[in-house]
Ligand binder design. Sequence first.
Ligand code: APR
Length: 243
Amino acid sequence: MNENIQKLQEWIDGSENIVFFGGAGVSTESKIPDFRSTDGLYNQKYKYPPETIISHSFYKRNPEEFFRFYKDKMLYPDAEPNAAHLKLAELEKAGKLKAVVTQNIDGLHQKAGSETVYELHGSVLRNYCEICGASYDLDYVVNYDGVPKCNQPGCHGTVKPDVVLYEEGLNGMTIDAAVRAIAAADMLIIGGTSLTVYPAAGFVDYYRGNKLVLINRDETPMDYRANLIIRDKIGEVFSAIKV
Ligand code: APR
């Protein structure tokens, strides 16, 4: 076990209030591409830039194109949790990890067994009719041909994913809970995120301890804040950790 992993293990063993803050890099080992790596979603070629497509104004203006991209590139219904998701759930069950704060919308932390998960950017598993508020599951959206419409009697509203699009705000209660958890943590583990999208990236500023661990393949603008940096695949790092 290399010395960085050894140090991570010691800090985890000595902590009772760990919070994990993660991004798309946590799910790449579950075969869900991230956004900004070379093979990430934002570096592939489309008619419009992906950040334009997954914005509120584009969703309103061009729902057909939005849902074509969204279903093709943002939904991975068969993805399974990887070692990182599973170990975080184990650490929660052992009473050592108090919350996962994620920018991901894939629901894999809950699928792995995590219970306290703050989804800053929402979840593809939750979908609501814009008119009557009826809720629909992921299968309904995946299997609906074209723009998903509500099937409640007399309603034909568009079924919108509960995902924070560009130009939309984050859920106030989720922000509040995530900030409280980070501020109370004795150890903050950040993993699989470029820490370039605000306000999410700014939440790590609320951590006041001296056990800030950054597990990320590439450099981030917050590397200077880390007390320990591990430049490795996060699933492999967590595989080496004992609860
Ligand atoms: N192990 C460790 N790090 C990894 C791995 C891995 N297996 N795979 C990728 N990474 C790292 C990459 O080096 C990159 O720095 O994860 C990071 C992923 O960064 P982004 O692709 O920018 O994803 P994220 O930080 O989650 O993006 C934030 O941007 O467009 C929005 O809403 C979207 O939630 C997303 C937000």
